[in-house]
Ligand binder design. Structure first.
Ligand code: BES
Ligand code: MN
Ligand code: ZN
Length: 513
């Protein structure tokens, strides 16, 4: 899967004195420094700039730059400094804690394809944990640098015919006061970057390449990191009774699969696992209730929930998280066909409950219902969190700012909400209740699977709740955040990898150790 990181990035941490040492050596490359409000520079930054500080002052006055966050000052061929370019990044305090992830992303956006970069990470106001802040900057850089260009035959980087081995490579040295602690923290940042990259790649892949079997194969690669991976094929799923999930895939030429990933990192193998469940509809045409043609191509991303779960398992294993975790994904393709499921069909779910099919485009809940039931029954988890691009209605309600949270548990909800605020992957809790649940009553079966026109995201969640058997559970509807969300300092990709940082944070804040 190499190659999707367009530019090769090499980031290392060094001591501040080494950043200064390059000065005057004719090192070339770009020097990046940070400025607070009113152009405040850190003491080390001033030392490294020497007389160059005066240059910054004069250029800033002309450019009306005062260190505002989101702005920068670009000085080419700065006199007296051994660099080709001096970039001053504004990070004047805004409300809340400084966001070093976005800072790293913003810097990456400015340095783009430059080969040699030295960042003097010496903000005017020193963060309490410099190592962690430095690692966040690194993660932000990596996330910003991500590009999915696997299927572009003419890459911009190829135009660079320079003979240097470093062509297409960006080497970044982050100089800071505590490089040793930054190096320790960087292990976590690297694990997260790789997990998020994996999730983004899976979402961005086209549906002729990524279908249930090939997706399962990618999940199997986690075995290299020590994750146990089990793939249930259609034969096994039939035997177990996943009829509700299989009904969705029965119109597709691609065989449905369920993948169970296990990471056992807790001290005791017996400690109850956390469970993460993902919707993996590799392509959602709507089935017999076929979708309109406009933007149907986006439905290759209807597996963003499953992609997040795989990315999370990757991150947990790569950083050797001290937790037992299950990742379970239901992989299907929803297609119209002579063999496809019809509106009006009645299926028996793994739980034994019967379900009247109303609209075959409401397929995600059918997939998740069987996987949720299986996971609680087989693994007795502490909780289950599922992620799904489940409803268009959540986009109507919350746009692309927040994912929808639906839960039967206040503690889990609060913890998720906090992790959302800490990571910027924000969620908003929506209501559940008996009046909504009643909308699923069916004339012919135990329930129907669509509740009608109103409260579409809530009735979808009510349906899922009928398959969690009372286990603490949260459902994240990520239809607005998992794909096609607006680009940001740390994400320019269609598939965002949303949720990996959120859930990694939930785990590290409450369930490790
Ligand atoms: N995968 C879609 C939801 C979706 C829509 C995700 C837009 C991302 C962007 C889901 O399977 C679906 O089609 N839901 C229907 C449910 C309806 C038929 C009850 C919807 O939201 O319209
Ligand atoms: Mn659908
Ligand atoms: Zn769908």
């Amino acid at each position: 899967m190499a190659g999707q990181m367009a530019r090769q990035l090499q980031i290392e941490f060094t001591a501040l004195k080494d950043a200064g040492a390059r000065k005057g050596r004719g090192a070339g490359g770009t020097l990046v420094v940070l400025a607070g409000s009113d152009l405040a520079l850190g003491a080390e930054t001033r030392r490294i700039l020497g007389t160059g500080a005066d240059l910054v002052k004069r250029a800033a006055a002309t450019a009306k730059f005062q260190g505002q966050s989101g702005q920068s000052l670009d000085i080419l061929s700065p006199a007296g400094l051994g660099f080709d370019r001096l970039l001053v990044i504004g990070m004047a305090k805004k409300e809340g804690a400084p966001d070093f992830l976005s800072l790293g992303g913003a810097i990456m956006g400015k340095i783009d394809s430059i080969a040699q970069v030295t960042l003097v990470f010496d903000p005017a106001e020193t963060p309490s944990d410099v190592g962690r802040a430095g690692a966040d900057v690194m993660l932000g850089m990596k996330l910003r640098a991500y590009k999915f260009d696997l299927y572009k035959t003419k890459k911009k980087d190829d135009d660079d015919k320079s003979s240097s081995k470093a062509a297409g490579k960006t080497q970044i040295a982050i100089a800071l006061s505590d490089p040793a602690s930054a190096k320790r923290e960087a292990k976590r940042a690297e694990a997260l970057a790789d997990g998020i990259t994996l999730a983004r790649n899976l979402v961005n892949e086209p549906p002729n390449v990524l279908f249930p079997a090939s997706f399962a194969q990618r999940a199997k690669e986690l075995q290299k990191l020590g994750v146990e991976v089990q793939v249930l094929d259609e034969k096994a799923l039939h035997k177990l009774g996943f009829r509700m999930l299989l009904g969705v895939g029965q119109g597709s030429d691609h065989e449905s699969k369920v993948v169970i990933m296990r990471w056992n990192g807790a001290k005791s193998a017996k400690s109850k696992p956390l469970a993460f469940v993902g919707k993996g509809v590799c392509f959602d045409s709507g089935g017999i209730s076929i979708k309109p043609a406009a933007s149907m191509e986006d439905m290759k991303g209807d597996m963003a929930g499953a992609a997040c779960v795989v990315g999370l398992m990757h991150a947990l294993a790569a950083r050797k998280a001290k937790v037992n975790a299950i990742g379970a994904i239901g992989l299907v393709e929803n297609m119209p066909d002579g063999k496809a499921q019809r509106p009006g069909d009645i299926v028996t779910s793994l739980s034994g409950q019967t379900v009247e099919i109303i609209n075959t485009d409401a397929e995600g809940r059918l997939v998740l219902g069987d996987v949720l039931w299986y996971v609680q029954d087989k693994y007795k988890p502490q909780f289950m969190v599922n992620l799904a691009t489940l409803t268009g209605a959540i986009l109507v309600a919350l746009g692309t700012e927040h994912a929808g949270l639906f839960s039967n548990n206040d503690e889990l909800s609060a913890r998720l909400t906090d992790a959302g605020l800490a990571t910027g992957e924000k969620i908003w809790r929506m209501p559940l209740g008996p009046a909504y649940d009643k909308l699923l009553d069916s004339k012919f079966a135990d329930m129907k699977h669509v509740g009608g026109r109103f409260a579409g995201s809530i009735t979808a969640a009510q349906f899922l709740q009928r398959f969690v058997n009372g286990v603490p559970w949260a459902h994240l509807d990520i239809a607005g955040t998992g794909m096609s969300s607006p680009s940001s300092d740390i994400n320019q990709s269609w598939g965002s990898g949303w949720g990996v940082r959120l859930l990694d944070r939930l785990i590290s804040d409450h369930y490790e150790g």
